[in-house]
Write a protein that binds this ligand. Structure first.
Ligand SMILES: [Zn+2]
Length: 254
């Protein structure tokens, strides 16, 4: 178990990586870690994620009230709190605007086609939540039905949120989403997509279940972070319009 100081360093490190990879511009994006039942360590508002120091971070309670820190709480904290509330297995969250995945979100196209085997193993599929004004309950209400069943979500006309058993897993999922979006874009440019068939998907479901049950944080290559949430979510009722994680997103979510 890391100390709060180490968690602060993790946020600074992954914030810098988001910035270096062009997943955020200006002061976009936010990252957080659940320190304890009622303490969330988060990036503050109005700061470049490439230039933060550990002391810039804020600690808030589960209502989003500032507990400590000299900077202001992000208006996006509600999105983080919703995810921590709905998913006890989640300890780290990353929100960013990676250009290709956000392009899909702005085009109204979910990333739920099973085009790449390791993405299927690692994430299942990436649904598209309907649009909600940032910093309002409209946004959290749009995300709410999807959070139990998925570990990464496209937010219409906005960006991506990814979460995991720790901040590293959350960050890796964000990278996987953007990488997959680039691959999906190439298939669109080629004018042809050849999704995996039912027989192949069935085999991947078995592999996915095996990794989830083994509790291994790493599956294969990019397909990391099969959070326990997937296991938990499988037992929960799935939202009507959402593809269940094991259904691998073969239906369009709008
Ligand atoms: Zn945003």
């Amino acid at each position: 178990m890391a100390t709060e100081r180490q968690y602060r360093e993790h946020i600074v490190r992954y914030g810098r990586m988001l910035h270096e990879r062009g997943f955020v511009a200006a002061t976009d994006g936010n990252l957080s870690v659940r320190l304890s039942a009622n303490r969330i360590l988060s990036t503050p508002t109005c700061m470049s994620k490439g230039e933060m120091r550990p002391s810039d971070l804020v600690v808030v309670d589960m209502e989003g009230r500032l507990i400590s820190g000299k900077r202001k709480v992000s208006s996006e904290i509600g999105m983080h709190l919703l995810i921590y509330r709905l998913r006890s297995d989640i300890k780290g969250i990353v929100h960013a605007h990676p250009p290709t995945a956000t392009g899909f979100a702005a085009a109204g196209v979910p990333l739920n086609q099973p085009l790449v085997c390791e993405v299927v193993i690692g994430l299942g599929s990436i649904p598209l939540a309907k649009y909600g004004t940032p910093g309002t309950t409209e946004l959290t209400e749009a995300l709410e039905p999807l959070v139990p069943g998925f570990d990464a979500i496209l937010m219409s006309n906005h960006g991506v949120v990814a979460y995991g058993a720790d901040l590293e897993q959350a960050y890796m999922k964000m990278e996987t989403v953007e990488h997959f979006a680039r691959i999906a874009l190439v298939t669109h440019q080629l004018g042809h997509q050849k999704p995996l068939g039912a027989a192949e998907l069935e085999k991947l479901v078995v592999v996915r279940a095996k990794y989830m049950n083994s509790g291994q944080p790493e599956a294969q290559g990019q397909a990391s972070g099969n959070g326990h949430g997937r296991k938990k979510a499988a037992a929960e009722p799935q939202p009507v319009d959402a593809s269940p994680a094991t259904g691998l997103g073969r239906r369009t979510i709008r």
